[in-house]
Design a protein around this ligand. Structure first.
Ligand SMILES: [Zn+2]
Length: 382
């Protein structure tokens, strides 16, 4: 008789992925404009293209972290599942846009043939990743998805995003009995859609570390500034940490230690959601924050230790931006090394060579902390 198969190791990442997400074709042009001015010989792919995610899949399958990754796939989300976060009118707009062959929903955000099916797969894989954790089948799940989601608001597409994958997963956790969920968003842009979805809730603490980019037009009215604290019962439960350009590994580490850790310690979440975008890396065409693999590794370790203390180690990781086609994959690898709390780096950084200076980000983080201690009751306890 064959021996029973040994159970998979607990310290692993359950990755959720489906090839169909590669069918969202965002086209070519001048960066993310989708347009050809007529006087350039060579246009480039839209930054949110399949190649970036292909490399994320391949580095996890063939890189040194591969023994720690277990692969899963899921079916598309049902339209009815989307209504936990999005308005029916908005979902109808997307369905109609797909039926009509596509639509430019806002700047840089193209719903083309194939895009809607990919968006439903992204939502479906993120929901399944969360359900996997909620069902006790694994503690750490990673939704490797595109199109991204954290700018998608309840009733508005924005910034390459159609459906708020992380927001849908948070709703599922709440509806399944989780009392408190924290979302820590380290994509270089403000996670405005997720923040808006839970702006009046005190059962979801949304924290976003981002560059100080402000609003970028009618689809993105929120600026990501420190005084957007939430409303009603949700007052104090949206924490924006706009960091100066070039904050770097040490600036981010200081922000995590001084702001994110104390807030999460006070909040005591039953579920931790880490929203990752490698567009906060030093080489990203869409970001100015200068993180390297070391910085992502430290963020991963910090999140793991918070989860071990509060959520029984339960962490959902949701993929957002990250537009450097090769370095994004390396930074993802480092983030997951940190999440796994591995004692030594598995993979060296091939291109981190710029000096950094944390003096300015430290000053900014100190001033944000002073502001929050004044304004936010639950933060004052620290
Ligand atoms: Zn981003």
């Amino acid at each position: 008789m064959a021996a029973a198969p040994s159970p998979p190791p607990t310290n692993r990442v359950d990755a959720f992925w489906h090839d169909g997400m590669l069918n969202h074709d965002t086209g070519r042009g001048v960066f993310d404009t989708g347009s050809d001015p007529g006087f350039l010989d060579v246009l480039e792919k839209h930054p949110e293209n399949p190649d970036r995610v292909r490399n994320m899949v391949s580095i996890l399958k063939r890189g040194p972290i591969s023994p720690y990754i277990s692969w899963h796939t899921a079916t598309p989300a049902l339209v009815s599942q989307l209504l936990s976060f999005h308005s029916p009118e908005y979902i109808n707009e997307l369905v109609e846009a797909d039926k009509n062959g596509g639509k430019v929903l806002c700047f840089g955000t193209f719903l083309n043939p194939g895009s809607w099916d990919a968006a439903l797969l992204a939502a479906g894989n993120t929901l399944s990743a969360m359900k996997h954790i909620l069902d006790g089948k694994g503690k750490i799940a990673y939704a490797l998805v595109r199109p991204p989601g954290h700018h998608a608001q309840p009733s508005q597409a924005d910034g390459y995003c159609f459906l708020n994958n992380a927001g849908l997963a948070v709703r599922l956790a709440l509806d399944s009995g989780c009392k408190r969920v924290v979302v820590v968003d380290i994509d270089v842009h403000y996670g405005n859609g997720t923040a808006e979805g839970f702006y009046q809730s005190n059962d979801v603490l949304t924290i976003s570390l981002h560059m100080n980019h402000g609003s970028w037009g009618p689809s993105h009215p929120q600026s990501g500034s420190v005084d957007e604290l939430g409303e009603g019962e949700g007052y104090g439960y949206n924490m924006n940490i706009p960091l100066p350009n070039g904050s770097g590994d040490r600036g981010y580490k200081y922000a995590m230690t001084e702001l994110v850790v104390p807030a999460v310690e006070s909040f005591k979440p039953e579920m931790v959601v880490l929203v990752v975008g490698q567009d906060s890396s030093a080489f990203d065409p869409n970001g100015r924050q200068c993180l390297t693999m070391d910085g992502y590794r430290v963020i991963g370790q910090t999140i793991r230790s918070l989860a071990d203390r509060h959520s029984g180690g339960r962490i959902l990781i949701v993929q957002e931006g990250g537009y450097h086609v090769t370095y994004s994959a390396y930074c993802l690898h480092a983030t997951l090394e940190g999440i796994l709390d591995l004692p030594d780096p598995l993979l060296g950084d091939p291109i981190a060579y710029y000096p950094e200076d944390e003096a300015f980000p430290v000053k900014v983080v100190d001033s944000i902390k002073k502001y929050l201690v004044d304004k936010v009751p639950f933060f004052k306890e620290h």
